[in-house]
Design a protein around this ligand. Structure first.
Ligand code: NAD
Length: 321
């Protein structure tokens, strides 16, 4: 049994990760300030004897007396709606949060994994993006608080590794979806599903021909756990995501078909710095971790739609039709 700290453990990915780690027989300490996470996400875990929740903001130092073997650093608002509403707070969480969790790892000689993001590639000029691509990020744009915060966090991770010998793993996560996404957080899959289930028009940015790849949450959690377990030399960064590429228009049509919605598609102006193409090159993860996603988009969407139907109280009305 390892003693594992998960920052951001009450969020979408963090709560799935804690659940999986408990299932593997580990002891889990979840640290979260509930900014975008929720007690609902962790309610089923609170009675587990090996689970503990501590409400804490990672922009403040983290000192723990107990044993710590591994740390997953996931704390950070991840959706544009949230990080744009508090850009300075987002930067502080990324940078100071990384600093404080790295100090914790150093003090406990724990291995630490950073949940970085495909956003470090910005609006990429190469396609698909491999880990060696340094990115094309606008440091003063509206997404910069998130992109540059995550880039600086990566720098801190590698400098703590080189200067202090901290045992690090850096994962670059691409778009991930599944149950427990927030309905109103502006991420494309949750937005489309909620709009379709409510019979509202689906809002597409630009011409809808920009591409994204979507990874189901179970696959992503599997990748993170494998990366944490990988032997020395696997510091990364390692792309984790689903390389199957879809246009936003294809996604919208698939959601409409799956929900049976009568929603029309409406096209809106592209927001600033919206990347046109985004597709992970996961050859490194395949080689290093023997990992690749296994859940197809239609299967993952179906599970996510079913969850949102329950959340929105629509399950009965839909099954009755
Ligand atoms: P989320 O918003 O659901 O989870 C983030 C969690 O961090 C929330 O529970 C929130 O309350 C907590 N948090 C935020 N600021 C904090 C602070 N200052 N102190 C303590 N806790 C704080 O987002 P998610 O989708 O679960 O993302 C988790 C991580 O994965 C993030 O770091 C995100 O950047 C990264 N990521 C996610 C995706 C994705 O598609 N979901 C893609 C790339 C990277």
């Amino acid at each position: 049994m390892s003693h594992i700290v998960v920052t951001g453990g009450a969020g979408f990915l963090g709560s799935h990760l804690c659940e999986r780690l408990l299932g593997l027989g580990h002891r889990v300490l979840c640290i979260d300030n509930l900014h975008t996470g929720s007690r609902d996400n962790i309610a089923p875990l609170l009675s587990h004897p090996d689970y503990r929740f501590v409400e804490h903001d990672v922009t403040r130092p983290l000192v723990l007396e107990e044993q710590v073997d591994e740390i997953y650093n996931l704390a950070c608002p991840a959706s544009p709606v949230h990080y744009r509403s508090d850009p300075v707070g987002t930067l502080k969480t990324s940078v100071l949060g990384a600093l404080h969790t790295l100090d914790l790892a150093r003090a406990h000689k724990a291995r630490i994994l950073q949940a970085s993001t495909s956003e470090v590639y910005g609006d990429p000029e190469v396609h698909p993006q491999s880990e060696s691509y340094p990115g094309n990020v606008n440091p003063t744009g509206p997404r910069a608080c998130y992109n540059e915060g995550k880039r600086c966090a990566e720098t801190l991770f590698f400098d703590y590794h080189r200067e202090y010998g901290v045992d690090i793993r850096v994962a670059r996560l691409f778009n991930t979806y599944g149950p427990r996404m927030l309905p109103e957080d502006g991420r494309v899959i949750s937005s489309f599903i909620v709009q379709a289930l409510r019979g509202e028009p689906l809002g597409l940015f630009g011409d809808g021909l920009q591409t994204r790849s979507f990874c189901y949450v179970d696959d992503m959690i599997d990748g993170l756990i494998r990366l944490m377990a990988a032997p020395a030399g696997a510091e990364g960064p390692v792309n984790l995501g689903n390389p199957r590429e879809f246009t936003i228009l294809e996604l919208a049509r698939q959601v409409v078909a799956l929900t049976g919605a009568a929603s029309e598609l409406v096209f809106k102006p592209l927001p600033g710095d919206d990347p046109r193409l985004r597709q992970p090159d996961i050859r490194l993860a395949r080689r290093l971790l023997d990992w690749q996603p296994s859940v197809e988009l239609d299967e993952g969407l179906e599970r996510t739609v079913a969850w949102f139907e329950r959340q929105l109280g629509l399950a009965r009305s839909r099954s009755a039709t």
